[in-house]
Design a protein around this ligand. Structure first.
Ligand code: SAM
Length: 222
């Protein structure tokens, strides 16, 4: 693994170890595993493509939980404007405290993506949207693509490549309806535990009716 690109990672690790039990942030509790499976995994997108985050890009991390992958990306790239979206109040509270303790600028939204994505302040406002371990790809696309500016990208952090390809097949309809196309699947090597990053490029506006409410998305995925 490359050295972690900010002296703030050890502090982030300490905070996670201290707060995990209170906030149920991660099932991973060993320091080395946290470095690999949270920090390095989050940063893998920058190794895939150092240009994926243009200078001063706006980045929204949907379902950020303990801050992944958004916070490691901000530590590596302090120039980006980071927003973290989290449905659970306790976790959103953790993320606010985390940003303060790390001394980083990050907006934290305590909201559900399917509601927030209809607000003009957030709809199609972000250059890059990320999400890891939030939902299966068809629903994840519906939750995340409405936030992406046309021309911007959505990077879905996923499991091993075979599963990513299966998910892509299942999500082909959703990707088309929501105004995106598949740009790349990164992570064929096992350097990051065999995980993959599916990068979708937004090529047109998302129809206004998406995302639908949670029940409709679950009952009838696109
Ligand atoms: N992304 C983090 C990671 O990779 O460690 C957290 C993953 S955790 C399994 C999923 C998180 O997504 C939870 O914190 C959950 O509250 C949040 N979440 C799930 N559905 C959401 C939604 N519709 N809107 C916002 N957050 C959501």
């Amino acid at each position: 693994m490359n050295p972690l690109p900010s002296p703030l990672f050890p502090l982030y690790l300490q905070i996670l170890l201290r707060e995990n039990a209170k906030h149920n942030l991660t099932a991973i509790t060993g320091p080395e595993e946290i470095r690999q499976k949270h920090f390095a995994d989050s940063l893998a997108l920058l190794d895939d493509d150092p240009c994926i985050l243009p200078p001063h890009a706006s980045l929204l991390d949907v379902g950020s939980g303990g801050g992944f992958p958004g916070v490691p990306l901000k530590l590596a790239r302090p120039d980006i404007a980071l927003t973290l979206l989290e449905a659970t109040g306790k976790k959103a509270g953790f993320l606010r405290a985390l940003a303060e303790e790390l001394g980083i600028e990050a907006a934290v939204l305590h909201a559900r993506a399917e509601i927030c994505a209809h607000e003009p302040a957030h709809r199609e406002q972000y250059d890059v949207v990320t999400a890891r371990a939030v939902a299966a790809l068809p629903m994840l696309c519906e939750l995340c693509l409405p936030f992406v500016k046309p021309g911007g990208v959505f990077a879905a952090y996923k499991g091993p490549r075979e599963n990513a390809e299966e998910e892509l097949r299942a999500a082909a309809n959703a990707i088309r309806i929501l105004g995106a196309r598949v740009e790349r699947v990164h992570g064929e090597s096992t350097a990051y535990g065999g995980r993959t990053r599916i990068v979708l490029r937004k090529i047109s506006q998302t129809p206004a009716k998406y995302p639908r409410n949670h029940g409709a998305m679950t009952k009838k995925p696109l």
